[in-house]
Design a protein. Structure first.
Length: 189
């Protein structure tokens, strides 16, 4: 079994904000693979489905970004999902808008959602990072990540969300090293 987590903040006021790109990716995967409806459970919205005959749980934590690990760890423990079968999709302000990166483990890089997940599990889960652009200065970071995307930015991001949903099966079937290569070739286009 696999757990795919899209990070974000609950509530309409955070819809289509930079910090919620993980929720947007989760919604794309949910739609593409015809997952069951999301249900409120484990401090999150969770849906069951299959991707290439693999059972997958899709999770959107509802604990706010900084406490994402509460929800992720509850699901992982209840379903006994090993950390190497957890995929977290999140925003990255250090990547150019629309650029993607995939890796296993590593630093949280100042991302409070990842820091919280690390504190509950380890940092050895898989990550798909989605570039959301950078704030003008470091002190603007909070306002920046909570700001909504413009129409032009969404036009750039929508094909990337489609790419993630159409290739997530490659990560599940062949692992993060293989998937990282696919993402690298995609970014080079």
């Amino acid at each position: 079994m696999y757990l795919v987590v899209g990070l974000g903040n609950p509530g309409e006021e955070y819809s289509k904000t930079r910090h919620n790109i993980g929720f947007m990716a989760a919604d794309e995967i949910h739609s593409r693979y015809n997952f069951a409806p999301f249900k409120s459970k484990f401090d999150g919205l969770i849906a069951e489905g299959t991707i290439d005959n693999n059972k997958v749980l899709l999770l959107k934590p509802q604990t706010y970004m900084n406490l994402s690990g509460n929800s992720v760890s509850k699901v992982a423990k209840f379903y006994k999902i090993p950390v190497q079968n957890i995929i977290v999709i999140h925003d990255d302000k250090d990547l150019t808008l629309g650029k993607l990166k995939a890796k296993n483990g590593g630093s949280a890089g100042g991302h409070n959602g990842l820091k919280n997940i690390d504190s509950h599990l380890t940092n050895e889960y898989n990550r798909i990072r989605i570039g959301v652009g950078s704030p003008l200065s470091h002190k603007d970071t909070i306002n920046f990540v909570l700001s909504r995307f413009t129409k032009q930015e969404l036009d750039i991001l929508e094909p990337e969300l489609d790419f993630i949903s159409s290739t997530i099966n490659e990560l599940i079937n062949k692992g993060i090293a293989h998937y990282s290569n696919i993402v690298g070739m995609h970014n080079a286009k």
